[in-house]
Design a protein around this ligand. Structure first.
Ligand SMILES: *[C@@H]1O[C@H](CO)[C@@H](O)[C@H](O)[C@H]1NC(C)=O
Ligand SMILES: *[C@@H]1O[C@H](CO)[C@@H](O)[C@H](O)[C@H]1NC(C)=O
Ligand SMILES: *[C@@H]1O[C@H](CO)[C@@H](O)[C@H](O)[C@H]1NC(C)=O
Ligand SMILES: *[C@@H]1O[C@H](CO)[C@@H](O)[C@H](O)[C@H]1NC(C)=O
Ligand SMILES: *[C@@H]1O[C@H](CO)[C@@H](O)[C@H](O)[C@H]1NC(C)=O
Ligand SMILES: *[C@@H]1O[C@H](CO)[C@@H](O)[C@H](O)[C@H]1NC(C)=O
Length: 627
């Protein structure tokens, strides 16, 4: 009995298992489990099926779930295929012949589960589901309410620092606050020093607008920080993206703890400078300031005190007082002082005062003096040449050339730009002295020649030319130059032209030669022509160089032959000696050869240098080799 029972149970189980297998295998529906799409784009949900045996009729239906119940949105059966009306998405749906369902354009509410169900006559039905995920990037976050001034001293009060809004994202994005590029932890506990109050608004479009309000109890150091907020959102393929707001800083108000009063000028201040002094505090905002010097109030502007064109009288103690009523009384010293030093150099005084006259040969003594706040130097200069490094300058037995302007320059090395100068003009009186003169040249007899006669001397010399011509006078420095243009007649070519310079103290004269300009090659001064014509010079050198090589080689060979013959002859007669005299003669000869061939380079020169000469003259065994 038991055995029969067991047998029946076994058969039942087997049948049940077979039935289950048939059930499972009858219809198989294949869909894409998850599809991601950006709002506004098109998405296609494929569906296909397989049956374990041929069956009909086949009905394919697409469903969504509404309030816990399935609602058909599209179908395909032997009676036809299409989209159901009145589903709210009818307009945007297309049923494909391949059983796929296409949604276009996708809206936020399309983010849901879709079921594809296949009914295959007697085989029964089966379904499978597709999850559609919709994405939409939110707008760049915008910060508002960040420009109100916040007082740091109100220790109890938490201030709304800023509000960050990022509109129209899907799914819900996240707002993160940053202080100096460091994310602030998301804190909602209002007992913390910093916290955020987030809020979400679902727009009519289904998109989310996120808001986060940042509350802080700011400290003074936060004034230097920059803040921003970032929205973090998802996009297809598990991408996490971010977009940041513009940066902003807090306008914090905090009382003064220190006052600073500084000179803004670079380097030491000297008379004539414009001086700028600045008073500021480490509080915000900057308070009003008052400036004083020796109890006298001065007018400043926004903490700046300017004194134009300072003089030594402006040196002294300046005072700045900050009028900060928020500052902690008694703790903060609100008055600061500044000791302004003004460096100066008095105008340079020269004795004796000019204009100065001295007769040639006399001694001239010049003195220059000044005073300064600092160590200074005095220099005497003439034509930018320094003549003395002290205040005194003595010129013994002056010449006409000593005439000119003497400059005394005073300077304070420790204060750049502090410099004063004065000058005196010295005139040395004496009879004229004609200096270096240049002779004249003409193309041919009868041509016009111009001559310059330049003379020193005071009173200014007068010029007389013999013969005379067209004359003009110019003054260059302490020289007077007379220029004459005349015809180079036969007499002029023969006797030259005489220039005479005279003044009340005497006279000087000079004869100028005038000659006919000859061929450039045969100029009166051949060196001058060569110097002035480098092209010509190199050409000559090259030509001369190559012929010199040939000549030198020939001479060398001839001399060698001659010497060998001579030595051979002498050795035959047994008269060869190694005496100093012979050696000298030989080396002297060699030297001249070396000199002659020097232009050809080292090759020949080394071939014929001294050791060989000695060999030839002194070493008998080598003679065999030479012959
Ligand atoms: C649903 O589809 C998945 C993959 O396409 C498949 O593995 C699964 O067996 C299907 N389920 C049914 C009940 O057909
Ligand atoms: C969809 O229905 C049509 C007739 O309405 C039929 O011809 C077609 O074969 C069906 N498609 C599938 C894949 O069953
Ligand atoms: C500066 O002040 C001095 C007197 O102290 C005066 O002689 C000079 O002209 C002033 N210079 C300018 C540029 O105002
Ligand atoms: C101000 O500076 C000058 C020169 O540097 C100095 O002689 C003077 O004593 C200073 N005054 C004060 C009050 O420090
Ligand atoms: C003569 O002097 C004048 C003016 O100084 C100058 O231009 C000219 O070159 C001089 N001529 C000669 C030949 O030195
Ligand atoms: C210079 O010489 C000329 C002619 O020789 C003469 O007329 C003139 O008075 C002299 N000048 C002086 C200053 O002596």
């Amino acid at each position: 009995m038991e055995r029969a029972m067991l047998g029946r149970v076994g058969i039942c189980c087997t049948l049940f298992a077979v039935a289950l297998q048939v059930c499972q295998a009858s219809v198989m529906v294949k869909v894409t489990p998850e599809v991601e799409v950006i709002k506004g784009e098109t998405v296609k949900l494929p569906c296909s099926y397989t049956t374990s045996a041929p069956a009909s009729p086949i009905v394919v239906q697409w469903f969504i779930e509404v309030a816990g119940a399935r609602k058909q949105i599209a179908y395909n059966s032997s009676h036809g295929f299409g989209v159901d009306a009145g589903t709210g998405m009818t307009e945007r749906l297309t049923m494909g012949k391949d059983l796929s369902l296409t949604i276009s354009p996708v809206m936020v509410e399309d983010d849901r589960t879709y079921f594809c169900q296949v009914t295959a006559g007697p085989l029964g039905f089966s379904d499978n589901k597709t999850q559609v995920k919709v994405f939409f990037p939110p707008e760049k976050p915008v910060v508002t309410g960040n420009n109100q001034a916040i007082s740091v001293s109100d220790a109890e009060i938490f201030s709304e620092v800023a509000k960050c809004i990022s509109r129209n994202g899907f799914p819900q994005p996240r707002i993160i606050w940053f202080k100096d590029a460091t994310p602030l932890p998301e804190v909602k506990d209002q007992k913390e020093k910093t916290y955020m109050i987030p809020s979400v608004v679902k727009e009519a479009s289904g998109l989310y607008t996120m808001t986060s309000t940042l509350f802080m109890h700011p400290v003074k150091a936060d004034a230097k920080s920059v803040f921003h907020c970032t929205v973090e959102y998802s996009m297809p393929n598990k991408q996490i993206k971010q977009e940041s707001s513009d940066e902003f800083s807090l306008s914090l108000l905090y009382p003064t703890e220190n006052v600073f009063f500084q000179l803004k000028n670079q380097g030491p201040v000297k008379e004539g400078d414009d001086v700028l002094m600045k008073c500021e505090t480490d509080g915000n905002p900057q308070p009003e300031f008052e400036f004083f010097k020796e109890e006298k109030e001065l007018r400043g502007l926004k903490g700046m005190l300017e004194v134009k064109n300072v003089s030594r009288k402006d040196a002294g103690i300046y005072k700045c007082e900050a009028m900060d009523f928020d500052a902690l009384d008694g703790v903060v010293e609100l008055i600061k002082t500044l000791n302004l030093s003004v460096h100066y150099l008095d105008p340079v005084a020269v004795t004796p005062e000019g204009p100065l006259f001295a007769a040639k040969g006399n001694t001239v003594e010049l003195q220059c003096r000044t005073k300064s706040s600092d160590e200074f130097t005095l220099k005497w200069k003439k034509d930018s040449k320094v003549l003395s490094q002290s205040g005194g300058l003595t010129i013994e037995s002056v010449t006409l050339a000593h005439s000119g302007v003497y400059l005394c320059v005073g300077a304070v090395p420790s204060v750049p730009g502090l410099q004063k100068q004065a000058s005196v003009t010295l005139t040395v009186t004496g009879k004229p002295e004609i200096d270096a003169s240049v002779n004249g040249f003409v193309e041919k007899e009868g041509g016009m020649v111009t001559l310059n006669c330049s003379a020193l001397g005071h009173p200014a010399p007068q010029f007389t030319w013999k013969p005379s011509g067209k004359e003009s006078v110019t003054v260059v420095g302490n020289k007077v130059i007379s220029t004459i243009t005349l015809e180079a007649s036969a007499v002029v070519l023969k006797d030259g032209v005489i220039c005479e310079a005279n003044n009340s103290l005497g006279k000087d004269m000079k004869r100028f030669q005038v000659s006919i300009k000859s061929d450039p090659d045969k100029a009166s001064d051949p060196n001058a022509v060569n110097r002035g014509n480098p092209v010509f010079k190199t050409a000559e050198k090259q030509q001369g160089g190559s012929s010199a090589v040939v000549i030198a080689v020939v001479v060398c060979v001839l001399l060698l032959l001659l010497m060998v013959a001579l030595l051979f002859f002498l050795s035959k007669k047994g008269k060869l000696s190694c005496g100093e005299k012979d050696k000298d003669v030989a080396s002297a000869d060699m030297k001249s050869i070396v000199v002659m061939s020097s232009e050809k380079g080292n090759e020949e020169a080394s071939l014929l240098n001294k050791p060989h000469a000695e060999q030839v003259s002194c070493q008998r065994p080598s003679l065999a080799w030479w012959s």
